[in-house]
Design a protein around this ligand. Structure first.
Ligand code: F0G
Length: 431
């Protein structure tokens, strides 16, 4: 294990709404004074040698220790303190960046990369935050972790809780989540409670639970946000600390945009980078209360959410205030895209040999709109966050390819060997 030999910056737990300092109860999720969401605030006034830290990180990449190789725990000085033997890791976080060739052409842009957060142990970005939330819950002796989920949080929580030998309980919308996500959750041994309502109703139930009895690991838990902020650090580290112009990502409950914005802001405050990228949060048009709040300047008004991108079918996002603050701090933007644009963008990402789940493709669909509107210029350096793996929702992909959609890839059905050979001959001629 390679130590930074630097005094780590201090993190103070505060209410993100009324700013009240909170006692360091590890169980804390909501403000003791006003009930608002908590956040770990970084005190960047202490001297921090950013250049030396970048060298330490490079050394850690060559280490075989799990906590050096994990793309979350490599940045442990910037996370709430925990003894290293208490860390529950599945070697999450070190995800790849890929050149987005077809995606760039589709959006009429030139310099576009995919950062594939679906290349995590449970195949979504949730693992960045879950390793931190579950490690701390286990360290303080919690026996039971709980979350509401559209599927990915539940799969991630189930895996990390299993590694921590904790009981995991998930509340999911009945019929609302993909089969793959449910299968993962069941396989990892979590107890699944399917409710008649939607995600918003499930989260409401979770928020009413006694935090002493249930470790709540939704992104209302500030430890989740701390873990997910390292997404920004991995992006910077894997880009040689060059800052992209734009980072575009889907928005549902709005924890991830809060976290990634925080990561860039802190990297800047600590002298790791000299500017921050602009954030674009993209919602599905049928689940876009954040767009209205961003455009009007008024508090968010919850909506009844409808979208085929089930991961972001959320009408009352819990972290909208945090996310809005990050969007403003980055001079960013919030937009919505229709479901059919998400479907086509998802197929384009597939043709790039990469693939992702539907919600993730809101990023590419969003880029296309932003280039059209002249907000993103074709020369801008853009990173699209792909939040979940293609195999998370194969039913969606199968239905797309069986349809008449623009990028549908129909199966050729042949009756016998002769027909098969004729078909192969045509393909060989066209290749
Ligand atoms: N993309 C995917 C694949 C997701 O699963 C989610 C959220 C988001 C984007 C949106 O991120 O909520 O931080 O704004 N999934 C949650 C879940 C709600 O329960 O798995 P967000």
């Amino acid at each position: 294990m390679i130590s930074a030999a630097l005094p780590p910056p201090q993190l103070q737990l505060r209410c993100s709404e009324c700013a009240a300092a909170q006692s360091e109860r590890d169980a804390a999720v909501f403000c003791e004074a006003c009930g608002g969401l908590l956040a770990f605030e970084l005190d960047s006034s202490a001297r921090f040698d950013g250049a030396r830290y970048r060298d330490v990180l490079a050394e850690r990449r060559r280490s075989n220790e799990v906590i050096d190789r994990s793309g979350v725990w490599r940045f442990r000085e910037l996370l709430p303190a925990i003894a290293s033997e208490k860390i529950v890791s599945l070697r999450e976080g070190d995800v790849p960046l890929y050149e987005a060739r077809g995606g760039a052409t589709y959006a009429n842009a030139k310099r576009v990369r995919y950062m594939h957060l679906g290349m995590n142990p449970t195949a979504s970005f949730k693992d960045f935050g879950m390793t931190v939330a579950i490690s701390h819950a286990k360290a303080r002796g919690a026996r039971l972790a709980v979350c509401a989920s559209t599927g990915n949080t539940s799969a991630s929580m189930a895996a990390y809780a299993a590694r921590a030998e904790m009981t995991a309980v998930v509340l999911v919308p009945d019929n609302g989540i993909s089969e793959a996500k449910l299968a993962q959750t069941l396989d990892y041994g979590a107890r699944v409670v399917a409710i008649g309502g939607d995600f918003d109703a499930a989260l409401e139930i979770v928020r009413s639970l006694d935090v002493e009895r249930f470790a709540i690991v939704n992104s209302v838990n500030p430890l989740r946000i701390e873990g997910q902020k390292t997404t920004a650090l991995i992006l910077l580290e894997s880009s040689g600390w060059r800052v992209p112009d734009w980072v575009i990502l889907p928005g549902g409950n709005l924890g991830n945009s809060s976290a990634i914005g925080k990561g860039f802001r802190e990297a800047h405050a600590l002298g790791l980078i000299d500017r921050i990228p602009r954030l674009a949060v993209v919602q599905a048009a049928g689940a876009a209360p954040f767009v209205r709040a961003f455009e009007s300047g008024d508090p968010l008004v919850p909506v009844h959410a409808e979208t085929t991108a089930t991961a972001i079918k959320i009408g009352a996002p819990a972290s909208w205030r945090k996310s809005l603050a990050e969007v403003h701090a980055s001079n960013g933007i919030v937009i919505a895209v229709p479901d059919d644009a998400i479907a086509d963008a998802r197929a384009v990402i597939g043709i790039d040999g990469i693939g992702c789940e539907p919600a993730s493709a809101a990023s590419l669909a969003g880029l296309r709109v932003l280039v059209e509107r002249g907000v993103v210029t074709p020369d801008d350096d853009v990173v699209l966050m792909l939040t979940g793996h293609m195999l998370k929702d194969t039913a969606y992909a199968a239905a797309y390819h069986a349809s008449a959609a623009p990028f549908a890839n129909a199966i050729a059905r042949v009756a016998n060997a002769d027909e098969a050979l004729r078909h192969l001959d045509r393909l060989a001629r066209d290749a």
